[in-house]
Design a protein around this ligand. Structure first.
Ligand code: NAD
Length: 437
């Protein structure tokens, strides 16, 4: 099939490339000409494991193309996906749909045949109805279908997630759209990926419900971690103890500095706005948001406590800046409020991230950047592990301890056991691992 993909970011580029890898002919289009020029020259605009090779292979086979011109991407296309950003609207937490509607308006003027328009971006319930109305109003041809196909991939494991999804969710209101999406995803039936067809509005809301539920699991275990610290229990063992129960499951039960990233913070807020407009209280999700916001703000205090109450004039090494490992994405990363809190307290912060530096420099311009974890450790009073990159999991703690001035290892991802840190002469401050005095 011929497919156009509007938006060549984390979701659009990965989805477009994987669809091309299934054998479809995909043209990815983006307004950002630097991104497209880079891709045409073989440079990836994002850091995602395995992506560069997959893009190259499919470009070489003539199945994947890039352009800034939507009209060109639409030539012969049977489906067009919208995968543009839907960030939080400044000030009120609503999903900002301006990129989606701008794309739809442009699309309406260019469509010549009754194509299937598929929303892959995360959009509030009812957006598909508005897209259908806008297409009609702006003169799109009769018979254009609008479907919702929310994306569930995780950055850092995006290709594997796209190719082996837990489910494919399609919200459609007509058979043509359902048949078109079934054909697009037919290669995945071999992987036995369940395809779930729902109404369009239900599919839109399901995406928000999924993210809100995962965010709830994270906030739940973080509050359990606080309780563990107060009553001298271990949240790691507790998480295992509950996670082995099939009804609960082990994932998203890692206590840490609070969730961040490009989805959970904005999607939980947007869900609350949807509920507010519908006049339905969502007490659980609103508490989850509040718990997480407070937690992220409180992380700098943990570092201060580990250093006897003040970080004034002290050199603090931060390991890991991106919101999670294996991505360069800094959107809403917990490292940002943590570092700003340390800077407000008068600390000198030196940070190291394996791939996030370029993105991090845009949001954290006032810190020093080291070239390695070891270099960051030189002369530091404390080391703070914020993102659990693999290369931070087996640091030579003896070497790190020798390089440091102080002894505090603030391990916000519980990467190390207190005993191994102790053996290296460090004092371990984990999350939810017994009493914090
Ligand atoms: P992104 O910011 O990385 O990419 C969006 C791209 O769209 C940008 O390159 C931008 O230049 C382009 N764009 C905007 N308007 C355009 C237009 N009119 N024409 C062509 N290109 C246009 O965003 P993302 O992280 O890929 O997220 C996209 C959507 O997918 C969001 O709704 C997000 O919530 C959802 N989502 C993201 C993830 C994730 O992990 N990033 C996972 C699931 C769902």
């Amino acid at each position: 099939m011929r497919i156009a993909m509007i938006g060549t970011g984390y979701v659009g580029l990965v989805s477009g490339t994987c669809l091309a890898d299934f054998g479809h002919h995909v043209t990815c289009v983006d307004k950002d000409s630097a991104k497209i020029e880079g891709l045409l020259a073989g440079r990836m605009p994002i850091w995602e494991p395995g992506l560069e090779g997959l893009v190259k292979a499919n470009v070489d086979r003539g199945r994947l193309q890039f352009t800034c011109h939507l009209g060109k991407a639409l030539e012969g296309a049977e489906a067009v996906f919208i995968a543009v950003g839907t960030p939080s609207r400044r000030g009120d937490g609503h999903a900002d749909l301006s990129f989606v509607f701008a794309a739809v308006e442009e699309l309406a003027g260019l469509l010549k045949s009754p194509i299937v328009v598929v929303t892959k971006s995360t959009v509030p319930v009812g957006t598909g109805d508005k897209i259908a109305a806008l297409l009609k109003e702006k003169g799109a041809p009769e018979g254009v279908s609008v479907a919702s196909n929310p994306e569930f991939l995780r950055e850092g494991a995006a290709i594997a997630d796209f190719k082996h999804p837990d489910r494919i969710l399609v919200g459609a209101e007509d058979d043509k759209a359902r048949a078109c999406l079934a054909e697009i995803y037919r290669p995945l039936f071999l992987n036995r990926a369940p395809m779930l067809f729902t109404g369009r509005r239900t599919a839109e809301l399901t995406k928000y419900a999924a993210n809100a539920f995962l965010a709830t699991k994270i906030s739940f275990i973080n509050e359990m971690a606080d309780l563990c610290e107060a009553v001298d229990a271990d949240v790691q063992d507790l998480a295992r103890g509950i996670g082995l129960d099939n009804r609960i499951g082990p994932k998203f039960l890692h206590a840490g500095p609070g969730y961040g990233g490009s989805c959970f913070p904005k999607d939980t807020l947007a869900l609350l706005k949807t509920a507010e407009e519908a006049g339905i209280r969502q007490r659980i999700v609103s508490t989850v948001v509040e718990v997480n916001d407070r937690r992220k703000e409180a992380m700098a205090d943990r570092v201060k406590a580990a250093l006897g109450g003040s970080v004034e004039g002290k050199r603090i090494a931060v390991l890991g800046l991106t919101f999670k490992p294996n991505t360069d994405d800094m959107r809403d990363a917990p490292s940002i409020p943590l570092i700003n809190g340390l800077l407000d307290g008068g600390a000198n912060v030196v940070a190291f991230d394996p791939v996030g530096r370029e993105q991090a420099e845009k949001v954290l311009p006032k810190i020093e950047y080291a070239a390695s974890a070891e270099e960051a450790a030189d002369g530091a009073e404390a080391i703070v592990i914020v993102t659990e990159w693999d290369e931070f999991r087996a640091l030579d703690l003896d070497d790190i301890a020798k390089r440091m001035r102080g002894t505090a290892l603030v391990d916000l991802r519980n990467v190390y056991n207190p005993d191994e840190a102790h053996e290296a002469g460090l004092v371990h401050f984990g999350v939810g691992r017994g009493r914090i005095d």
